[in-house]
Design a protein around this ligand. Structure first.
Ligand code: GTP
Length: 397
């Protein structure tokens, strides 16, 4: 007996709702980012590069502002201090300003982590040296009234410096490393008897400085946490939890340049699910989404921790296999094919067409040609009927 068409439609609608809800629950449980699709190593890599870029740009802005502000105070020094103090202080200010200007020009387009650390180190070193010099100059002289007040102002420079820690997204350890020399310089002036505040205030001032450093470091840490979350969200595809195309492309470029430097191979696999449109057409878009999600999961489970799955767009994915030649990748993909990518809603196996290229493939000279070659091979697999791997290694018929 043939089932009544309206009952069939109702059953399909019910199944759609159940599957859509289960997909939603799965995504909610995983926070939209099923753990492991993107290894922490890769997420860390992108975050580190973006943070380094941000740190360097902030250092350069702050350095530029201080390069302008530092010499402006020369007029005040000349007005309140005697020439034997105001003149060397003025020269120190000009040197400090020049150092800040140089820092503002450094590492313009860099996203290297060690560049960011060097820039931050200089950012704190330059005013610390100025503080130590100005302090030793002013501490040896007897001053009263406005001059004494202005001289005491120099003693507060470390407080300004350490509150500036809050501007930078840093870990607790990094904040401690940058804050420690400043606290040490401030304590040193007290130990050497050069305190402009008087002994009674010096200890309390050092303690206050540490507290300010801790609070500023907490602000920097919360910035870092916020940034990590933003990077995670902006770099992932919400449906499958894979890296999205923009971040994926960045990672492919990064691995390509590392492979060029080290001579290690890296393989890019273009993968396109076969006849995916017919799933949407027959069973609806929500079921199509579930199939996509399950396929991404199936691939993830079979990847190594160092491999990355990127959703390139629609039902097209890119697999990035660092350290693998095309032959290695073919073996991994053959395993993937035999274990399967999940089922189509009608119960038949879901298949895909794979196109490969590695850094040793003839004609691959840059990252664009690497991706284009893999894409071309994938289309060759598609033209040949799908459900196959084309690596450019096959004997020509
Ligand atoms: N459900 C769902 N479908 C999507 C999504 N992104 C793209 N698609 C669909 O994927 C289908 C891709 O269709 P085609 O490019 O014709 O590819 P195909 O049907 O897989 O055919 P072959 O690639 O030749 O095997 C289209 O129906 C798109 O609407 C998505 O996020 N969810």
């Amino acid at each position: 007996m043939k089932p009544c068409p309206s009952t069939t439609r109702q059953l399909i609608r019910l199944r759609d709702r159940v599957l859509a809800r289960s997909r939603q629950i799965m995504l909610e449980l995983s926070g939209g980012d099923p753990e492991g699709i993107l290894s922490p190593r890769h997420h860390g890599l992108i975050l580190r590069r973006q943070r380094a870029r941000l740190l360097i740009s902030r250092v350069r802005i702050v350095a530029f502002v201080f390069a302008i502000l530092t010499p402006l105070w020369i007029a005040v020094d000349l007005a309140v201090f005697p020439p034997e103090i105001a003149l060397p202080l003025g020269i120190a200010r000009l040197l400090t300003s020049t150092a800040f200007f140089s820092l503002a020009l450094m590492y313009a387009d860099s996203d290297r982590v060690w560049h960011a650390w060097v820039a931050l180190g200089l950012m704190f070193l330059i005013p610390t040296l100025f503080f130590l010099y100005s302090h030793s100059l002013l501490a040896g002289t007897d001053m009263e009234g406005v001059s004494a007040a202005m001289a005491a102002g120099y003693a507060y420079l470390p407080f300004v410096m350490l509150s500036g820690l809050a501007v930078f997204p840093l870990t607790a350890l990094e904040a401690a490393v940058f804050a420690l020399p400043v606290v040490a310089a401030q304590a040193l002036t007290g130990l050497l008897g050069q305190d402009l505040m008087g002994w009674s205030n010096q200890l309390g001032a050092t303690w206050l400085l540490v507290l300010i450093a801790v609070v500023a470091a907490l602000a920097g840490m919360s910035q870092l946490h916020f940034m990590a979350e933003l990077v995670r969200r902006s770099s992932h595809d919400a449906l499958t939890g894979c890296l999205n195309r923009a971040s994926g492309e960045e990672l492919v470029r990064l691995h390509f340049s590392m492979a060029r430097r080290t001579g290690e191979p890296v393989t890019v696999v273009f993968m396109d699910l076969d006849r995916f449109k017919s799933i949407n057409d027959r069973f609806g878009h929500d079921i199509g989404d579930v199939v996509l999600y399950q396929a991404a999961n199936a691939i993830r489970e079979q990847l190594r921790d160092t491999d990355t799955l990127i959703r390139w767009g629609g039902e097209e994915f890119v697999l990035l296999l660092p350290g693998a030649t095309r032959s290695d990748a073919c073996r991994a993909l053959a395993r993937l094919q035999s274990n399967g990518l999940g089922l189509r809603p009608d119960g038949r196996p879901l298949t895909a067409s794979f196109g490969l290229a590695d850094t040793l493939t003839p004609g691959v000279s840059d990252v664009d040609s690497l991706v284009e070659t893999a894409d071309r091979h994938m289309y060759a697999a598609k033209r040949a009927g799908g459900d196959r791997i084309v690596a450019g290694l096959e004997p020509t018929p």
